[in-house]
Design a protein. Sequence first.
Length: 279
Amino acid sequence: MLECLSSLEDQRLNYVEMHAGNAGIQTEKLDSLRVAVAKDSPMWETLDICIKVVDTNSLELLIPRLAQMVRSAVGLNTRVGVASFITLLVQKVMINIKPYTAMLLKLLYTAVLEERSTAAKRAFASSCAAVLKYASQSQAQKLIEDTASLHLGEKSSQLSGAVLIKSYLSNAADVISGYNAVVIPVIFSSRFDDDKETSALYGELWEDIPSSERVTLQLYLPEIVSLLCDCMSSSSWAGKRKSAKATKSLCDALGEPVSAHHHNILKSLLKELPGRFWE
């Protein structure tokens, strides 16, 4: 039935997708429309009924089949459908998903990184966050640290990182709150990325933090300074520029409290001055 979500789609939508660019239609909005239409179909209603009768005994057969669909499904609606189905499944069986969390986290995390459609990327990220709620401490730590490290990659990796963090904060807040010292420095520094789409996404995440900017910066100041100094010494010119902008913003926002870390900051800045001129 999940495969049918794509095969039964109105072919006129495929035609619109092929000519979306010429018609001035944003691909992201079109994908969202296609997904909304699919979820309003009788097929999705049937899938919703199937979720209600799933029990612990059926997971052993069901999970491997869903995993195979994540790896091999090609249609947008099918990929979003299987991601949404996994999310609903986890919400239904809750703690009974624990034996499968390691496999699912690895699978869904990879799916987010490889997915090109924004709608599908977000759907897989939501599934990943749903599973994260029932993961062991070591599994959660690895996933969150891997996600945080995406800010060092290319644009696609940085965007995937933002989508994942947003899902963790929305759907697994109790878990990720224990790793704020890992995530918040990444959110802060990535707001100053040269790419507007990337900086906007991380800017939204920063605005969603409940405490004030000054309180947040003071609370995680050592971790933020450590990350910025590391990024200054990276081989990426864009990374150096981003960390320099973030450092200036940090100093402007906090002032005196930064003095406790001035030695490390100045050391990192002076080390970079003999190279290419800073902008």
